[in-house]
Design a protein around this ligand. Structure first.
Ligand SMILES: [Zn+2]
Length: 435
């Protein structure tokens, strides 16, 4: 009995011991392997960007799990066709046929540009040895590619995408004949840029009252083009000038790509907590104060400002903040309320619809489109009813004095002066080019 027990004990000791050794060896390999990778990653830190490190780290993590997806960076060789390439990666025949048919909308699937790289993502179909295609992106020119992807409904769809854009700085100017918008359109300025221009000047100029016939604007901004010189989108405004009622205001964009502002020639920021008018090209139709209500007929305090504008006109957040209400609110129809800080709140009522993604808790930036003019709730026609609340009390947004923007100091001020001179030189060059 004792002998048997002892024998068993010896055997289990043996198993236990070898088990420990095996685990130890396994651990050692894993540690060694990750050590190798980690040293490779940190080595890279000295001569490349963080992106590479992250990519390596991602690859390292991906290596450790068995993924059903494979990403292939395929270089097109002479004689390659879409069919040949996809067969090489064992894509199901029916999918190959769909890809070829989709590609035919843009070009010949049998003549691909040798040397270009195709980005392919495939998924293993178990238990077969065939693969399914998730993405097939092939460049067709220097700046465009055809992207064929499987969408969430499992359909293979295609679209032409722009992979490279060319940036150009342009100067546009015009005399205001009717209103800023129509004169800007006449100078072939894109609506996005006009809205941004109005936002920047919205703090300085009351577009309802200040603009006179023959006032003037000048603007320097970026435009992006594709390789055929076809306009794609506009970039940011670098300089904006307005001569209004004999008064001249020039504003310069200054700061980094992510954090910038617009400053006047005295290095003072024009931006304030709230804009005067959260809408463009509208007419102030009913001011803040006592009035006879257009529907009830009773004399009542009008707690906001009404701007008449066509249905669908975009409404902007007059300041950055968090949405605290975005729903039907009775007489106000579709309305949005924004809390900007501990002092200011704004309300926008009678909207025809909200902009995409507007819901309670969403953060919005100043000038961002939050909804569109309508006539919902108790309303006589399409208009925006706009309210400003200061410390819980409704006030007149049109006479409200907001604290003025910050003034650049010390080193920032020096940097700004240099930047301002450079911008003035650029403006002179652009004017020169035009004449
Ligand atoms: Zn109103």
């Amino acid at each position: 009995m004792y002998k048997i027990l002892k024998k068993n004990w010896d055997r289990s000791k043996y198993f236990l011991f070898s088990g420990v050794i095996v685990i130890f060896l396994l651990l050692l390999t894993v540690i060694y392997k990750s050590d190798e990778k980690i040293s490779k990653i940190s080595e890279n830190k000295n001569n490349s960007y963080n992106v590479t490190d992250l990519k390596e780290l991602k690859e390292f993590i991906l290596d450790q799990i068995i993924s059903p997806y494979t990403n292939i960076d395929y270089e097109i060789k002479k004689g390659d066709t879409i069919q040949k390439i996809l067969q090489k990666y064992k894509i199901q025949n029916k999918e190959i046929q769909i890809v070829i048919n989709q590609y035919k909308k843009y070009g010949n699937p049998n003549t691909l540009l040798v040397g270009n790289k195709i980005d392919i993502i495939i998924e293993k179909i178990l238990p077969t040895n065939k693969n399914s295609l998730l993405k097939f992106s092939v460049p067709i020119t220097k700046s465009t590619a055809i992207e064929i992807v499987k969408n969430t409904e499992n359909e293979i769809i295609s679209k032409k995408i722009i992979t490279k854009l060319y940036k150009r700085k342009v100067l546009s100017e015009n005399i205001i004949k009717k209103n800023l918008y129509s004169s800007a359109v006449e100078a072939s300025i894109n609506p996005d840029t006009i809205i941004e221009f109005a936002r920047i000047f919205g703090f300085e100029i009351d577009f309802q009252r200040d603009i006179r016939k023959n006032d003037y604007f000048k603007i320097v901004y970026e435009k992006y083009f594709d390789e055929n010189g076809e306009f794609v989108k506009s970039g940011s405004i670098l300089y904006a000038h307005m001569t209004v009622n004999g008064r001249e205001v020039s504003l310069y964009k200054f700061g980094t790509d992510k954090d910038y502002g617009y400053f006047d020639i005295n290095a003072k920021s024009v931006e304030k907590a709230l804009m005067k008018t959260p809408i463009n090209g509208a007419r102030l139709s009913s001011p803040f104060g006592m009035r006879k209500h257009p529907i009830s007929g009773f004399n009542k305090m009008h707690q906001g400002t009404d701007f008449a504008a066509p249905t669908g006109t975009p409404i902007m957040a007059s300041g950055s903040g968090t949405i605290t209400r975005a729903k039907w609110c009775g007489g106000g129809g579709n309305c949005i309320q924004i809390k900007h800080n501990s002092t200011y709140e704004t309300i926008y009522a009678h909207m025809s619809s909200f902009a995409k993604g507007m819901r309670v808790g969403k953060k919005v930036r100043q000038g961002q489109i939050i909804g569109y003019v309508g006539s919902t709730g108790i309303s006589t026609g399409p208009h925006l009813h706009y309210e400003v609340i200061v410390n819980g009390k409704k006030v007149n947004s049109q006479t409200l004095k907001l604290p003025s923007g910050k003034i650049l100091k010390d080193n920032e001020r020096k940097q700004f002066e240099i930047h301002r001179i450079k911008t003035d030189v650029l403006i002179a060059e652009l004017i020169d080019k035009k004449n």
